[in-house]
Unconditional design. Structure first.
Length: 214
């Protein structure tokens, strides 16, 4: 039986309720565990190992990027060669610190878009942590160019939704990420269930991070 979708507002309300009992950092850690597990499964198939696999992580300024950085740290601890590419002016600092402590390489895609593009083009897997469910449709520079640089054969794992989609809509008119798999939290969003956006989500994994569904 399909899991009912939740709107952005419903998710926000459920998160606020959950954080009365569970620290936000714990919820983010659970989300990162789910993303890292999906990435590990994909990398075990191609290139056939996690050790030494090249992972490029596209990191936005919000909690979505924070989740991606925490997943990056987990993959680095497990032997992957991970590069986090910061695509916005800000970043979730606690997650960035954890990623750096784990040995994740960090590059500023705004300051050096050429090096960032090279990292994406060479990756065995890309994690999309650019923007989350509260974002407007579309992608801004340098994220748009980095997404365009992803090889069509390279698997992409999106955090919560493919960046560039409207979480509450099935529309897919704006530039957006086309994911191999999307690890979403608590419940699917409309863009993961309604066409044509659904076609860009790939395999949808609904991870229970401890937030009660509406």
């Amino acid at each position: 039986m399909p899991v009912p979708t939740m709107t952005v507002q419903q998710i926000r309300d459920a998160e606020a309720l959950a954080m009365q009992a569970v620290p936000e950092a714990e919820l983010m850690a659970r989300a990162a565990d789910a993303v890292a597990a999906e990435c590990e499964m994909i990398l075990a198939q191609d290139p056939g190992r996690l050790l030494g696999a090249r992972v490029a992580v596209l990191v936005g300024s919000g909690h979505n990027g924070g989740d991606a950085l925490l997943a990056a740290a987990r993959l680095r601890h497990r032997g992957a060669d991970v590069t986090a590419l910061l695509v916005a002016g800000g970043v979730h600092m606690a997650s960035l610190s954890e990623a750096r402590a784990a040995g994740v390489a960090v590059a500023d895609a705004v300051a050096d878009p050429g090096a960032a593009t090279d990292a994406v083009a060479a990756a065995h897997l890309v994690i999309d942590g650019i923007v989350g469910i509260g974002s407007a449709p579309g992608l801004r520079p340098p994220a748009d160019a980095l997404v365009a640089a992803i090889d069509s054969e390279t698997p992409v794992v999106s955090v919560d939704i493919p960046s560039g989609l409207d979480a509450d809509s099935g529309a897919a008119d704006a530039l957006h990420v086309r994911a191999t798999a999307t690890v979403t939290f608590t419940a699917p969003k409309a863009c993961l269930a309604e066409e044509p956006a659904r076609a860009s989500a790939g395999r949808v994994i609904v991870a229970d991070v401890g937030i009660v569904r509406a």
